[in-house]
Design a protein around this ligand. Structure first.
Ligand code: CO
Ligand code: CO
Length: 344
């Protein structure tokens, strides 16, 4: 059974749109946070951070979605790498993971679930974290993900909010997973045509494991590029930091198949909603039509976007190159202008 054929939408493209989410959350009264709560949802950061003592803070996040790939093992691996990514995006290291599983008992064999869990477990192990249980329900369609807890030093948290004028913007993975997996869902592509994309989506965003302490401190802001696309996540980072990001489109790493898929109009609902979400704050009028849809392409388990002290950026690229072949400087941070992000 090809898993993508069992659901309407898959991966991070199935996210509730940012506008809808903001509208809903604005109507909920949340309690006053504890003093120890260092990062909450206010600036669309990737995870919450809660201080335990002077040297340890908890990083907590969860992510789950419907199948974005056909093979259960690949799906499990991608779902796990995607969920773990939000801990890495805060400068943290994952420690424990819990499974979130919805599973159509009547129509799907339990072997499928074994494969999904194995794919996830292997990635959790690679992250050096422990699988500590989870929760499952019987549901109409398969959904899987993880709730992940990690540790970070309270003074070394990476957030959306610290980008400084002059910083270089580094992106660790190519973009285009949204349109390519839309092609798979339409059965116009096979998994074998997109092994590089699957490999990238299953890859941990553990840049921190390859960086020296100085390099880690040179990161002023970070996020991972997921459902809201390069446009949406870079806009969130720019707004939280009160700066403008200039991104040079020809420097953005892109999967080979992406333009081909965009040309064939393999699009998701998120391409539209990301364009709407960023419409007022992102300038993209110099881009070609294909490039415009590429910046709104919803990523699943996309790369980290890091705002890094420019003195450190050449070292950074060298340190990450073995692990992230496509890592590149894609732009820089400038003083706040009218637009939050300018694509050139
Ligand atoms: Co994230
Ligand atoms: Co997330």
């Amino acid at each position: 059974m090809a898993l993508t054929q069992t659901v309407q939408k898959g991966g991070c493209a199935a996210k509730v749109s940012a506008a809808e989410l903001r509208h809903i959350l604005s109507q909920v009264q949340f309690p006053k946070p504890h003093r120890e709560l260092l990062v909450d949802g206010r600036y669309f950061d990737d995870a919450g951070v809660y201080k335990i003592n002077e040297s340890i803070a908890l990083v907590q996040t969860l992510d789950f979605f419907t199948p974005i790939l056909d093979s259960p093992r690949y799906f499990g691996a991608v779902a796990a790498a995607n969920a773990l990514s939000d801990v890495y995006a805060m400068g943290g290291r994952p420690k424990t993971a819990m499974g979130i599983l919805a599973f159509p008992l009547a129509t799907m064999s339990s072997d499928t679930i074994v494969e999904v869990m194995q794919g996830a477990s292997d990635v959790v192990a690679e992250a050096g974290a422990n699988f500590v249980g989870g929760h499952s329900i019987d549901d109409d369609t398969l959904k899987f993900g993880l709730s992940v807890t990690g540790f970070v030093h309270p003074e070394k948290i990476w957030t959306n909010a610290g980008a400084k004028v002059g910083d270089h913007l580094i992106l660790t993975k190519p973009i285009g997973t949204g349109t390519i997996t839309a092609g798979l869902k339409r059965q116009e592509l096979k998994e074998n045509d997109m092994l590089d994309v699957i490999q990238s989506m299953s890859q941990l965003n553990n840049a921190i494991d390859f960086l020296s302490d100085d390099q880690i401190n040179a990161v002023h802001a970070a996020t991972d590029i997921t459902g809201f696309g390069l446009s949406g996540h870079s806009m969130q980072l720019a707004k939280a930091s009160q700066v403008t990001l200039k991104i040079e489109s020809e420097k953005i790493p892109v999967f080979k198949l992406a333009f081909n898929c965009l040309e064939k109009k393999f699009l998701t609902k998120a391409h539209r909603s990301n364009a709407d979400y960023t419409n007022e704050s992102v300038q993209s009028d110099r881009l070609s039509i294909l490039f415009k849809s590429l910046i709104h392409d919803p990523q699943t388990s996309g790369g980290l976007l890091l705002a890094v002290d420019p003195l450190y950026s050449p070292d950074f690229i060298r340190a990450l190159k073995n692990r992230f072949q496509s890592v590149a400087v894609i732009g820089c941070v400038v003083e706040l202008e009218q637009k939050s992000v300018i694509f050139e």
